[in-house]
Design a protein around this ligand. Structure first.
Ligand code: GTP
Ligand code: MG
Length: 495
């Protein structure tokens, strides 16, 4: 429990993890959140059944002796340093950290921010504040402190010394969620690669705490005697990790090649592709389920989706396209993850149209849009035509809708939950998809019904009449289909 004195000390800097303030609706499950007969609902059941078994997923399997921070985040205290922006921004940032912590399976006991020009070089928060937080940690019985940023190995170590519990940063927390949610071989490899990259520069610090554990200075150990072997071990570990990193890179590259081949074969058929991207929990998977009957996992959790799901969909005028749901983005997405997931994210960069889904009911939708644009830039997807789709209008007040409409004039407004606006979105997708370029006027004999069907599927039929000799079509098709139709030119009508 926090004592009144502690609370007074921290009054300037305190943000309570106010669950109610968060826009996430945890009480009323949607139709898709309920177990049903879809692959997604099975995945959801499995995910909840397997919830949080001691965070083993972040343990190193083959570098056994490294003291890796096994994230057993059970009861946590959140700490942020607020350097810029308003108090409300600082509060939102910690609310998001709380949501991340809960997604990782921990219980948030307390949350604090400290106002500073920049984080303290030694202990992230100032040393005075660190002592105050130590008392609160002790009083609440927390086992972990999570800091809202990426800390240096030195900061993590020093803070741990003061607080006497495990200290992890936001990056490690996000990596842990990814590790819990990865299911495919590729996803698992990508997460492991990101974790290794995160660990590599932090090995020295852990070596230190290892020797502390092995006796420590107080117990008469440590110092000159233990430093030598410790350093050697770190070198060995580093080498092992580096070789594991190269192996993972090779594996991931191999899997990416397979996917590119699939994509190229889609390209050859000139099936346009639409990618769904956006902030985590914006409703990307829900939209995929609305537009197709994909039945993918929908969950009120951050980073529920890691693996891209590709589904075929059809425009209102009958053209086929592919729709890809992919991993969500977040403010300050760890660069290790962006690097590791680059091949997956290339799906987005290679698409013909990007549906950028925004959670309109979030307190800061424009901030989410900016964060997504940062990542899109990073993966060279900023030149893909983008359609902003504001989701969750059912959960927005009229006032908020009006305000946001002004900021986002070209957006489409939908609710993936109620289906509102989905038909309008289908129309916009049809209009925005690239149109096949070649104009043809053909008379296809009746024994080539397959060609007529392809024109309907892949092209745009402008006119269709049934003549005695066959089907007469006026259509827009792509070059490949046009060459197949070449033997059947429509006779020029007699005048
Ligand atoms: N009120 C409301 N909730 C929605 C709507 N669309 C989705 N949700 C809820 O928002 C939560 C997240 O939905 P998902 O479709 O899993 O979101 P996502 O963008 O795929 O999330 P990640 O894969 O975790 O990045 C779920 O609890 C959905 O039920 C909507 O239109 N209105
Ligand atoms: Mg999803």
């Amino acid at each position: 429990m926090t004592t009144p004195q502690n609370r007074a000390i921290l009054e300037d800097a305190e943000v309570r993890a106010d669950k109610a303030a968060r826009s996430r609706d945890t009480t009323t499950p949607t139709q898709w959140d309920l177990p049903g007969e879809t692959p997604g609902s099975y995945a959801l059941e499995e995910r909840s059944a397997l919830r949080r078994v001691g965070g083993l997923s972040t343990e190193l399997a083959d570098v056994t002796e490294v003291e890796y921070r096994q994230l057993r985040l059970e009861r946590v205290v959140l700490v942020g340093v607020w350097t810029e922006g308003t108090a409300v921004d600082a509060q939102r940032s910690l609310a998001e950290l709380a949501a991340l912590a809960e997604t990782a399976g921990s219980e948030v006991l307390e949350a604090f921010v400290q106002r500073r020009d920049k984080p303290d070089a030694a202990t992230y928060v100032g040393s005075g504040k660190a002592n105050e937080i130590r008392d609160i940690v002790a009083a609440t019985g927390a086992d972990t402190v999570i800091c809202d940023g990426e800390l240096t190995p030195g900061q993590l170590n020093q803070l741990e010394k003061v607080l006497k519990v495990k200290v992890v940063d936001r990056t490690a927390l996000i990596l842990d969620i990814f590790a819990q949610h990865a299911t495919s071989r590729e996803g698992k490899a990508q997460v492991e690669l990101a974790q290794m990259q995160y660990m590599l520069p932090r090995l020295r610090g852990w070596g230190e705490s290892l020797s502390r554990q092995a006796g420590g200075r107080v117990a008469g150990g440590g110092g000159i005697g233990t430093r030598g072997p410790g350093e050697t071990k770190i070198e060995t570990d580093r080498r092992r990790i580096r070789s594991r990193v190269s192996k993972l890179r090779r594996e991931i590259a191999g899997m990416a090649t397979a996917r590119t081949t699939q994509r190229n074969s889609r390209d050859r058929n000139a099936t346009p592709s639409v990618a769904i991207a956006g902030y985590t929990n914006a409703g990307k998977s829900s939209l995929l389920n609305q537009l197709t009957d994909a039945g993918v996992l929908v969950q009120d959790a951050l980073f529920a989706t890691l693996d891209p799901t590709v589904r075929r969909a059809e425009t209102v005028d009958g053209r086929e396209y592919t729709l890809t749901d992919t991993v969500g983005f977040v403010r300050h997405l760890p660069h290790q993850l962006v690097d590791a997931f680059r091949s997956t994210l290339e799906e987005v960069a290679a698409s013909d149209l990007l549906l950028h889904i925004v959670d309109g009911s979030d307190p800061d939708p424009l901030g989410q849009i900016n964060a997504v644009h940062v990542v899109l830039n990073d993966i060279d997807a900023s030149s893909v035509p983008e359609l902003i789709v504001v989701n969750k209008v059912d959960a927005m007040s009229e006032e908020d809708v009006l305000l946001l409409r002004q900021a986002l004039p070209g957006a489409v407004w939908i609710s993936a939950r109620t289906g509102e606006g989905i038909e309008a979105l289908r129309d916009v997708i049809a209009a925005r998809l690239p149109h096949p370029a070649v104009h043809v006027e053909v008379l296809v004999p009746y024994d080539r019904g397959d060609l007529v069907a392809r024109v309907h599927r892949d092209g745009e039929v402008l006119e269709e009449t049934h003549e005695p000799e066959g089907t007469r079509l006026v259509a827009q098709v792509d070059a490949g289909l046009a060459s197949l139709l070449e033997p059947f030119p429509a006779p020029v009508p007699e005048s």
